[in-house]
Design a protein around this ligand. Sequence first.
Ligand SMILES: *[C@@H]1O[C@H](CO)[C@@H](O)[C@H](O)[C@H]1NC(C)=O
Ligand SMILES: *[C@@H]1O[C@H](CO)[C@@H](O)[C@H](O)[C@H]1NC(C)=O
Ligand SMILES: [Zn+2]
Length: 365
Amino acid sequence: MRFINLLPIALLAATASTTAIPESAPKDGLRLIKTSDDAPGIWVTEDEKWDLFVKAHVPFVDVTDTQDLETLGAARLQKRQSGSFPSAPTHQSQVTPLISAINISNVQGWMTTMTNYHNRYYGSTYGVQAANWLYSVVQAQAGSNSRVTVRQYTHSSFSQKSIIAKIQGTGTGVVVIGAHLDSVGSTRTGRAPGADDNASGSLAILEAFRLVVASGITPTNSIEFHWYAGEEGGLLGSRDIFRAYASAGTNVKAMLNQDMTGYSPNNQFGVIADYTNSNLNTFVEKLVTAYTAKTSKRSYCNYGCSDHASANSAGFPAAMVFEDVFESSSPYIHSASDTVSTISFSNIKEHIKLTLGFAVEASYF
Ligand SMILES: *[C@@H]1O[C@H](CO)[C@@H](O)[C@H](O)[C@H]1NC(C)=O
Ligand SMILES: *[C@@H]1O[C@H](CO)[C@@H](O)[C@H](O)[C@H]1NC(C)=O
Ligand SMILES: [Zn+2]
């Protein structure tokens, strides 16, 4: 998740026309950065990307490796934008026992290890190591269930790997539950515990994955849990993966993204209304009522906010449930202060409940 800083956006808009490199120019080593759907994008070096966008908290997407994603998704997006979802949750008898079995000690233990990596920057050795550690933990939850596979997803332009865990369904549909595994600090080499942003999302879905696997469910739609690399670098990991799915014609029926789940002063979920599917959002609100102790409120997160935008670009119905309304989210992210001490584990538990409800209910979509 990236925070918006409007002043730099204005500055950037003013400078973009003079500094932009023509589309036809050589682009070796440069990155193509977009700050809105309509912007043509500008080519910058990695250093400029850091200074102008990441460090300046300007919302952006790095489309260098996935320039055709929006084109691939356009037709499907039109068709699916009005996609229909059940009018109410109907699998309470399956979900309730899973909710009762949530063990928040697991999340606390994983959180300590994950945030002890100096940082999880997608371009750092630490970031690679942290992603490999998370992969080993996901594998450990999969046990010996033959329906379950866990793999790392390699990206061509950076070394941190994403993770995809799949519970094979009986049909061809797929539902995706995602969170990003990387973190970012105030410098590329600096300390970035990323407890809320976004260990909290990653570990909420990890505990949900553990419980769904342990339930022995044989879903209709395959249930996939994704941990994305390089979110803070401009949605790099999720764009690669959803580009591959769009290209392969994978039937993604719904995607739920969670990014920051551990800080909620108003005790309400923010259901993100932009770059998401409004009918799916309505269904998610019903899940909140059915399965959690929180209320929800629609909120806006803006361009390039997080990985749901990549699924949405691919034309797949996507939703994003945030720890609170955007304006009330953790003030500590992207700094050395995003530590475990600021985390509300009871709030993470509410996200796990929601994830369990989504996983089971959506497996029947
Ligand atoms: C919860 O998890 C912790 C380790 O994370 C474990 O020691 C404990 O036994 C678990 N509790 C239950 C009820 O399974
Ligand atoms: C945490 O990860 C989730 C899932 O990818 C993402 O939606 C969210 O934006 C991330 N949070 C932040 C603060 O980056
Ligand atoms: Zn972030």
